[in-house]
Design a protein around this ligand. Sequence first.
Ligand code: A5P
Length: 234
Amino acid sequence: VNVANSIGVDALSAAKLRAAEAAVDCVEDGMVVGLGTGTTAALFINALAQRVREGLHIAGAITSLESGRLARSLGIPLLDLDRAPEIDLDVDGADEIDAALNLVKGGGGALLHEKLIAMSSVQVVIIADETKLVERLGRRPIPVEVVTFYGEATRKRIEALGATAQLRMKGPVPFNTDSGNHILDVTLPDAFEAIAFGGMLKMLPGVIEHGVFHGLTTRAIVATLDGGLQQLPA
Ligand code: A5P
């Protein structure tokens, strides 16, 4: 059951916006800022652009072509990522957040680039509405980025570990990531622990990266649907 479906769209959007606007207050002049992907991160990029128009000097490090297009259209200066700049603050959304601030990401298919940017960031701030908080990771399928070559064999190998893996489609064709790979949405049986399973996935040659983000989050800003804002850790 998708919790978000049973909640008003307006309340959800308002919560995402509150979290996004709170994250802008973490940005300081001169910072290199990681620009996440997804609907919540897009709200952050919009709010950040407003500050840039008011005179804030920052440079953005994008996590997807989509975020790059948005940031560029709003006039946020972007860095050449080939030079591997160190990122001061990465702001991104998440699909699931547990009490230890481990995450599942990749609902939008950008997990590989998001993880690369998060790992190069001094601080990672996750912004979300409260429906993303979970007791255990892996309630929803975990996105896994795989090479297209011999992809069906990789899918079967993941299923041999005891999970169910479904190729993500975009209309009639497989979804392609910004790096030209495919995504498998992997459903774990209840008894499986997502972080440990992520370790097993990384042993398979066709797997490039998975959407479990372990120990990367500095802080989460979670907006509640009743209008509140929660900072984790408190
Ligand atoms: C993109 O690949 C994802 O990791 C997003 O950050 C995540 O899906 C959150 O997206 P929303 O903010 O749209 O829920």
